[in-house]
Design a protein around this ligand. Sequence first.
Ligand SMILES: [Zn+2]
Length: 621
Amino acid sequence: MRNVKKTTAILSIGIFVGFIIGFFKSGFIEAVGQVTANRYFFYKTYRLAALMFLDPLFKWLLITIIASLVFFLVTWLAEKLSPGLSSKNKKILMTILIGAVFATLFIGVGWTVNRYWIHYTKLHPLSLLADVAILVLLAFFFRLTVKMSGKIQWKALFHRLAEKKHIKTAAIVPVVLLLLLDIGVFLYGKIHVNEGPNVVFIVIDALRQDHLGCYGYGRGTSPNIDALAQEGVIFKNAYSSSPWTKPSVASLFTSLYPNKHKAIDGNHILPEGVLTIAEILKNEGCSTFFLDAGNNYIGKKFNFHQGFDFVFNERINAADLTGKFLSLFPKLQERRFFVYLHYMDVHLPYNKNKYNGLFAQKMRKPLFEPGKISHKDIKRLTLANKLSIEDKEYLVSLYDGQIRFVDENIERIISTLKSNNMLKDTLVVVTSDHGEEFWDHDHFEHGHTLYDELIRVPLVLAGDKLKHSSIKTRVSSVDLLPTVLKKLNVKPNKYKLKGAGLLNKSNRKSDKLESSIFTMGTLRGDEKYGLIYGNKKLIINTRNKKGKPKLIGYRKRSKFEFYDMTRDPLEKENMAENDRKNMSRLKNVLDKFLNNESPFKSKRVIIDKKTKERLKTLGYF
Ligand SMILES: [Zn+2]
C-alpha cells in the first residue's frame, strides 16, 4: 500500500514537472506570441488562433506524459543505486544531471533568442554576443543550483510530498485540462468551414500585360490563358500596386497599398500584424498551400508564409512547379483549398525549355543563354550602348517563349480541374506582380520606374461558374482579395478590408476609367509615388533613396512627371510644366492618400548569404 502511494506520488510529481517543462518547451509561449503579434483577436480570426495552439497543446501533453515516466525511471534508478554510492559520487551524479538540464536550457534559450528576437544568422557578431551572455547567465545559475542541491534532503522531501493529500489532484487536473483543450481546438478547426469555392491563385512573375494574346499581342504566346479569359472575366486595365515583387505580392496578399503594409525595400519584412489572404482563407476553413518557384523575396525570410499550412519555396521551372501542384492534388481534394502558385520562368535568368527557339531566330550565345542571363550584363551593355536591335529583339523573343511555357503549364492545371469536375467549384485567378521594361524608357528589367510597362498587369478570373465578361474599368490589384472573398460569400469588412469587390458592377466606380490607381515602392533608385486618375498620370520622384540600391547611369527625371494617357500612352512627353492646373489636382489627391494612411511599423532583416546568393541568380543584386 505504501509502495502504491509512493509510486503515485512520484508519477504525480513527474507529471507536475513535465507540465511546467511543457509550458516552456511545447511552443505554447511562441503560439501566444504569434497570436498576439498577428493580432488574431483584433481581427476576430478565432479559428486561426485556435489552430495556432493545436500543435503546442499536443506537444505539451506529450512532454507531460514522457516527463512523468522519465522522472519515475530516474528516481527508481537513484533509489536502486544510491545506497552503493559514496557521497562524493552522489554529488558528481547530481552535478551531471543538473548540467544536462542547463545544457538543454542553453540550446533552447539561445535558439529562441536568435530566431525570434535577433533574426541574425549563427555567426553574426551580435548573435555570438547574445550566446555568450546567455552562457554566462546560465553558468551562474548552474553553480547556484549545484550548491543548493547539496543542501536539499531529496528523500525526505519526496516522503513529505507523498503524504500530501492534493498531490494527485495537482497532477491529474492539468493533464485532463490539456486533453480537453487539445480535443476542443481540434474540433473547432473542423466546424463551420466556408462553403464557397476552392481558390487557385496564379502569379506569373514579371509578366507584362501587353505580351498576352488576350491583351492584343499577336505572337501566340498565351493560347491557354486566352481561352481562360474567353470563358471567364478579363480585366483590360489592371494595375499592380508596385513595380516589383515584394510590395506587389504583399498588396495582393493583404489588400493594402505598400505605404500601409510597409514591405517596400529589399530588406523589409511583411509585418506579422497584417492579415493575409492565406490567414483569412485558413480562418474560413480552407487548407492553404504556397508553391513558389523560387522568388525568395516572398519566402519565409520575409514573412510571406503567414497562414500557409504548406510552404514550398525552391528555384524550379513551370513544369516542375505544376508537377508539385499535381502531386499534391489528391491531398487538395480532401477539403476546400487555397493554392498560391508563383511562376518564375518569365523572370530573368529565364529557363531552358522547348520554347526557347519558338520566337527567336537563332541562339545568341553566350551572353543570352536561358538560365544564365545576367541582369548586370544587360545593364552594362545597355548603358554602354552596345546592344544591337537584334540583341534586344532576341531577348524579347526569349521572354515570349517563357510565357508560352508557363501558359502550357497553366493548361495542365486547368485540365486537371476540369477532368475532376472541379473547375466549376474552383475560382482560378491569373495575374502578375508587375511588368518588365524592354527599353521602353531606355532601360531594362523592373523595380526602377512607375511607367505602364511595369505596373500594367494581366488579370483573368475564371472557373467557379463565372460567365464571360470583359471589364474596361481601371482596377488595382489591391481589390483582388476582396473580390476573392466575395466569391466565397465572405464580406470583406468581416476582416476589416476596405477594398471593393471587382465583380459587382456597382463597386466599380464607372467604366470611364475614373478610378484612382496608386502605385509606389521601388526596389532601386529613389522612392516614387504614382497616381492614375481620369486620363492623367502623375509620378513624383521623391529623391529619397533611403534603403534602396543606387541606380548608376540612369537618366535623372524631373521631380514631377505628368502624362496625358490618351494622347501619350507611352509616357514620353512630360506635361508637368504645361498643365500645372491638372497636375496640382492630381497631386492633391495623391498627397491626401499618402497622408491618410496610418502604416504598419516597417521592420528590416539582414539578408543572409544563402538568400543573397539565391536572389543574385534572379538579378537582384
Ligand atoms: Zn516579381
